[in-house]
Design a protein around this ligand. Structure first.
Ligand code: NAP
Length: 259
């Protein structure tokens, strides 16, 4: 299918590895020029070189922490006029509900709620003026079904989801859509570190922890960054203009719900 976005420009945050990289790659395959971001320059440059060589698109890199004001300013300076915005950042650490301080909550809210909101506030006006735009926020299956040990993530991402629900309906008349992608477990560094946490807690090795977690998924495997990226590219496509304010779960059936 021709996604109809060849030659458009996208900002994909936190995109040197994992799900963000999957989204950047699927957009590059559709002919979209990119601004990609991550904190570490080495992996970011390697990803950019791969995308340029494989798809012949322009790729600008911005090595910065997108959850800080200074980092965001650097990212936005390179990406003011983008047609497509994919927000993403690392997730908050696991822990127990009773242990988190106000500072822990502020950090999680900054990273996974206020950062994507600030990026939308900066970029949506240009999209509205140009009468076309696509925003995809990478959130988590935890907004549909809370993950007990990830209370900081449950809280921050649900806040973002509420903001998107209202805002998506305010900008849709201008040809701009905002939707969220909700990953269940995908085979990335983040999944590995969560598997390590399970292994440590239960005194088992990581391979056993991975097997145990895979057994809880009806598809009996983890998702891939490539599958995730394909869903993102479709939501960013010219074909997806009537999909507004939705939360698309990619979890191999893990959350047991009728709708
Ligand atoms: P990942 O494999 O750990 O990749 C994270 C990417 O984000 C890397 O490129 C990393 O590069 C970059 N990054 C992290 N923090 C950043 C920051 N503050 N500023 C800029 N770049 C940053 O993670 P992932 O699995 O792709 O997950 C992406 C998001 O989805 C996370 O928020 C995660 O919590 C959420 N999620 C993932 C899963 C899963 O199973 N994978 C499930 C549910 C939700 P640097 O470290 O160099 O910055």
């Amino acid at each position: 299918m021709d996604l109809g976005i060849k030659g458009k420009k996208a900002l994909v945050c936190a995109a040197s590895k994992g799900l963000g990289r999957g989204c950047a790659e699927a957009l590059a395959e559709a002919g979209v020029n990119l601004v990609i971001n991550a904190r570490g320059a080495e992996a970011l440059e390697a990803t950019a070189a791969h995308l340029r060589a494989s798809y012949g698109v322009d790729v600008v890199t911005v090595a910065a922490d997108v959850t800080t004001e200074a980092g965001r300013a650097q990212v936005l300076a390179a990406a003011q006029d983008v047609d497509i915005l994919v927000t993403n950042a690392g997730g908050p650490p696991p822990g127990l509900w009773s242990d988190w301080s106000r500072d822990d909550f502020i950090k999680a809210l900054d990273g996974n709620m206020l950062t994507p909101i600030a990026l939308m506030q900066a970029i949506l006006p240009g999209m509205i003026a140009r009468k076309w735009g696509r925003v995809v926020n990478i959130t988590s299956g935890s907004v549909k079904a809370p993950i007990p040990q990830l209370g900081l993530s449950n809280a921050a991402r649900t806040g973002l989801t509420g903001f998107v629900a209202g805002t998506a309906r305010q900008v849709a008349e201008h040809g701009v859509t905002i939707n969220n992608l909700l990953p269940g477990i995908h085979a990335t560094d983040r999944a590995n570190s969560l598997d390590d946490g399970v292994a440590k807690a239960q005194g088992i090795d990581r391979a056993t922890a991975t097997k145990q977690r895979q057994a809880t998924i009806p598809a009996r495997r983890y998702g891939t960054a490539e599958e995730f990226g394909a869903a993102c590219a479709f939501l960013c496509s010219n074909k997806a203009g009537f999909i507004v304010g939705q939360n698309l779960l990619l979890d191999g059936g893990a959350i047991n719900a009728t709708i």
